[in-house]
Design a protein around this ligand. Structure first.
Ligand code: GLC
Length: 590
């Protein structure tokens, strides 16, 4: 048996072979006509997920919550937000998924809670050990500070100069306790104090409670923000998001994460994916290496083109994107594992961000699907991506629902940076999070078939042309292409475990790479541009290749030069080698 095949056998994990589908419950399917998606709605669509061929679902938060940040502000970790249903509905969903061999990964939001959580209520009253569950500090005399905060008593400002990721200061004054508390996100999302052992123990116990109910993994929200520099010192005022150097990948982050895995994750069969903004490949190597996470969501590739803050998106070159993705592919190849994603509920729609959502929407959506399914790692498909859903127009601020976007617009107007919504509309429509959250487009019926009521967030007006019903009826649709990609990946260990080698790194139009596993090889050639392109196939890509999937009619073999149409994608594979299938008898297995 070859060394590569031996390695695959040792490394085999269901979550490496799986395709995960992300569901944003508020926008997926509304079963009761209140305009808001719900658990029963997801259960109604479980056959849809099965038909698409996904192996696991990551469910964004469905816990009890005042919904200031659509459920990322949890007021009770052990109960369900009543608009979504109750625990019995959740259990029904779990069992319907499991009946179809689809696993369930729950969102774990433990950097912060909602300010309505009982822990916070007790903490603000300084009740026993709860007193220290959050980061409480006295204010700083206003005269000693070189920053201003509107909140709190007249003569004091926040304890330090840190900024919230959602804009404004990272501190709010609590009248009841007469102290300030830290909130890296919204004011209603106070950060938990992980220094306090009782907090960590409560978190681990709560994780056990969900694991006992049979879930298959956790997606860990901003998990690399849990450790803050002791003393909470001021951040560099000119360093981008002020304070980030003291709360992203803080000094104890690895201690906490390795403890969390040791205490709360029973075995490797549980998928753990940490969301880690600002993490480098080296940080990630530790998160998945010694700390023991299965994988992380890194941000480098989704940040290409963002020179300053998230709201300014400049042109970027394909070379830059390839360089970044290749670094992560190589950096986690031998030890660790990559997650793969091109969008989620916080990002613009895949085809609008990385493809062409106009003339080449269909083709570029398929090309990006090809990239997602043929890099090394676990692909995460965000709801709607499989039909090529696009960013949406937001005509006025009143159409927005996302706290981050609303804060951005209000601050821009208050600070004088913008005169009106029109001045920032382009930024909102390019990168705002509501783009990803418009309701799933099921059909060309009213409200895209998402609800019989008034949708909580506007439906993208292009639903008459882009919807599931149409996509499933058309064998050439993006949807069927995703299904085929899934079949291909499921059939070939090569596409899961094969090593990645970038070809032609400096080519500004073509993203090409090989995947290799023992004698098997894949050649992936993607023209990520609206112009025709030519690609010279290097000798090492080899012969014996046959076309496996393509988004336009393509020759059966690559030849020495590949001529590509705009946004053309092709995958060539060597014929399957039965010696690599662990379930079959091998000629060289002795
Ligand atoms: C993560 C979530 C995002 C949320 C934030 C605060 O980034 O993905 O939706 O707003 O954390 O919980």
């Amino acid at each position: 048996m070859s060394e590569a095949v031996q390695r695959v056998r040792a490394d085999r994990q269901w979550w490496k072979e799986a395709v995960v589908y992300q569901i944003y419950p508020k926008s997926f399917f509304d079963s009761d006509g209140d305009g808001i998606g719900d658990l029963a709605g997801i259960t109604e669509q479980v056959d849809y997920l099965d038909a698409l061929g996904v192996d696991a679902v990551w469910l964004c938060p469905v816990y009890d919550s005042p919904q200031a940040d659509n459920g990322y502000d949890i007021s009770d970790y052990r109960s369900i937000f009543d608009t979504y249903g109750d625990l019995a509905d959740w259990e029904r969903l779990l069992s319907e998924l499991h009946d179809r061999d689809i696993r369930l990964v729950m969102d774990l939001v433990v950097n912060h809670t909602s300010s309505e959580h009982e822990w916070f209520q007790r903490s603000r009253r300084r009740e026993g050990e709860y007193a220290d569950y959050y980061h409480w500090r006295d204010g700083r005399p206003a005269a000693e500070a070189d920053y201003d905060t509107d909140d709190g008593p007249a003569d004091e400002v926040a304890p330090n100069n840190w900024e919230s990721i959602f804009g404004g200061p990272a501190w709010a004054y609590d009248e009841e306790r007469e102290q300030w508390y830290l909130h890296l996100f919204d004011e209603s999302q106070p950060d938990l104090n992980w220094e306090h052992e009782a907090v960590r123990e409560d978190v681990y116990e709560m994780m056990g409670w969900w694991l006992d109910r049979g879930i298959d993994g956790f997606r860990m929200d901003v998990i690399n923000l849990v450790s803050k520099t002791p003393g909470l010192p001021d951040g560099d005022p000119d360093g981008g998001l002020v304070g980030a150097e003291h709360f992203m990948n803080g000094p104890k982050v690895h201690d906490y994460l390795s403890e969390l895995v040791a205490e709360a994750i029973p075995d490797d069969d549980i998928l753990t994916v940490g969301e880690t903004p600002g993490a480098s490949v080296e940080d990630a190597q530790r998160f998945v290496g010694e700390d023991g996470l299965s994988m992380v969501f890194q941000f480098e590739h989704v940040n290409v083109g963002h020179e300053g803050d998230k709201w300014s998106l400049e042109d970027y070159s394909l070379v830059e994107l390839k360089e970044s993705l290749a670094r992560w592919q190589n950096g986690l190849a031998d030890e660790g594992w990559n997650s793969l994603y091109l969008s989620n509920h916080d990002q613009p729609r895949t085809v609008s961000r990385f493809g062409d959502d106009g003339r080449y929407r269909d083709r570029s959506a398929k090309l990006l699907g090809t990239l997602l399914y043929t890099l090394q790692g676990t692909p995460f498909v965000y709801q709607g991506q499989e039909i090529g859903m696009t960013n949406a127009p937001f005509e006025s601020k009143s159409e927005l629902r996302d706290v981050e976007s609303i804060n951005f617009v209000e601050e821009a107007i208050e600070s004088g940076a913008a005169e009106s919504y029109e001045d920032v509309r382009d930024a909102v429509e390019t990168v705002g999070r509501d783009n990803a959250r418009t309701p799933m487009q099921w059909s060309d019926d009213e409200n895209a078939g998402f609800t019989d009521g008034e949708p909580w967030l506007k439906v993208n007006p292009n639903y008459d042309a882009i919807n599931v019903e149409q996509a499933r009826a058309d064998p050439d649709s993006v949807w069927h292409y995703y299904r085929e990609l899934g079949d291909l990946r499921a059939d070939r260990d090569l596409l899961v475990y094969g090593t990645f080698d970038l070809l032609a790194p400096d080519d500004e139009q073509v993203f090409a790479y090989t995947r290799t596993l023992a004698d098997e090889r894949a050649l992936v050639v993607l023209n990520v541009s609206a112009q025709a392109a030519t690609f010279a196939v290097p000798d090492e890509a080899g012969d014996d290749l046959e076309l496996a999937i393509a988004n336009v009619n393509a020759p059966e073999t690559p030849g020495s030069t590949v001529e590509l149409d705009p946004y053309e994608a092709r995958v060539y594979l060597t014929p399957a080698d039965s010696t690599d299938r662990p379930t079959t008898t091998n000629s060289d297995s002795t």
